[in-house]
Design a protein around this ligand. Structure first.
Ligand code: ATP
Ligand code: MG
Length: 388
């Protein structure tokens, strides 16, 4: 069996909530390890250990890198408490890390789990170092800033060695912050916004508005694929699909073209509110970024916001498009978002959308639209899909 040591960071700072956070992280680790034969997750004083078959190491590396709340992790190798064995294994591990490099700074970091051992940490480190340095000529000791560190945990019977810390996603384990409802399209932005909320511990419930059959099935199919991708972070998800088309047709017939998108948006928020209440969620989430498009000016965000009973969170508000796309690539949704589709909002888009609408203007426009009737009808036409 092989072992990975998993460190968390923010969780440890959360005082009274600590055990709750740790339980959630354990749950999330157990979930991603389910597919690995014989895998086990073990809680230690201030870290977790995951045990698995050595042959699964590459897959485990990938999967642990996708668990929210993991600050970093490293693979450990256990040997008997014998300097010769420790040095031999340490050499192999350090050599693999150093490769062909000409000069690499290096140190040995020792933690003594067995406090009764006759040598102190410094003495152990020196002795191991002395066994490794002459063999790998490119190593240069630097105790302050080493590129390669051999971590040694000196136990009563065994010694555990590790070399490299693999970065985790950081943040908080999914499930510790309660539920949010994310308005998701198949574009680049909202999947990234959803991910950012999961990384802050929220469980995300998705709602997608479609214009089928006026548009094809693609946007719905793509959203499902995106949610499946994002399920790596939270396991399974609920996805509400709500048809918007009847209302859109009504808007096109009866309202000022410049206000169309904002009228759709206000209807979306009304329906998302219903999802939020039904699911006992605590906030709404969108993928808006300031002034990215006409509907995302501060004024236009306000005409939508006033309808919400809870915070409308916009985790991408200060990000640039290229930063958002980079993140979409990292979480694996970019590939799907890149595919062409007809979004419900690209339908009937006017040439000159309002840039700074006022709430009164929209309320006035809505007087001709029988909002309550549409809200009720669209709500009843919803479909709930369980993904994963
Ligand atoms: P995205 O890349 O997420 O599609 P966008 O750049 O296309 O965003 P807008 O079309 O202005 O921007 O949408 C702003 C936000 O409104 C989206 O990020 C999303 O949260 C929500 N939204 C837009 N269209 C839909 C839809 N069809 N269903 C659900 N939410 C939507
Ligand atoms: Mg979009």
């Amino acid at each position: 069996m092989a072992t990975a040591i998993i460190h968390y960071h923010e969780i440890a700072l959360k005082g009274g909530n600590r055990s709750f956070f740790e339980a959630k992280l354990k749950e999330n680790l157990a979930r991603v390890m389910v597919g690995f034969e014989g895998a086990k997750v073990e809680k230690k004083h201030d870290h977790f250990r995951v045990h698995f078959e050595k042959s699964d190491e590459d897959s485990v590396r990938e999967i642990l890198g996708e668990v929210c709340g993991v600050e970093n992790f490293s693979f450990v190798s256990s040997v008997a408490r014998d300097f010769e064995e420790v040095i031999a294994r340490g050499l192999e591990m350090v050599q693999a890390e150093v490769g062909e490099s000409e000069e690499v700074t290096f140190r040995v970091a020792v933690h003594r789990s067995d406090k009764n051992f006759e040598m102190n940490s410094m003495e152990i480190a020196k002795k191991i170092s002395a066994g490794i340095l002459p063999v790998i000529g490119s190593l240069k000791v630097n105790l302050k800033k080493a590129e390669v560190v051999l971590y040694v945990d000196w136990g009563a019977k065994e010694v555990q060695l590790s070399v490299k810390k693999e970065p985790g996603l950081g943040g908080l384990p999914v499930g510790v912050s309660g539920k949010v409802v994310s308005l998701i399209s198949s574009g680049f932005d909202s999947p990234v916004a959803s991910f950012m909320m999961m990384r802050r511990g929220a469980t995300v419930i998705y709602v997608h508005f479609h214009s089928y059959p006026a548009t094809g099935m693609e946007s719905m199919e793509n959203v499902k694929k995106i949610v499946e991708k994002l399920n790596r972070f939270q396991g399974k998800s609920k996805l509400y699909m709500i048809p918007l088309i009847d209302f859109q047709k009504e808007v096109v017939k009866g309202a000022d073209a410049a206000l169309r998108v904002l009228l759709y948006r206000r209807m979306m928020i009304r329906l998302a509110e219903r999802v939020m209440r039904r699911e006992k969620a605590k906030a709404l989430v969108t993928g808006e970024s300031l002034a990215q498009v006409a509907s995302q000016t501060l004024e236009n965000m306000n005409v939508v916001n006033v309808l919400a009973s809870r915070p409308v969170l916009r985790p991408l508000i200060g990000m640039n498009k290229n930063e958002i796309i980079k993140m979409a690539e990292q979480i694996g949704t970019a590939e799907i978002s890149m595919q062409p589709y007809d979004d419900c909002c690209s339908l009937y888009i006017p040439k000159a959308p309002a840039l700074s609408a006022r709430v009164e203007e929209l309320e006035e426009a809505e007087k001709n639209l029988d909002i309550e009737k549409f809200e009720q009808e669209l709500w009843e036409a919803r479909e709930l899909i369980k993904v994963g």
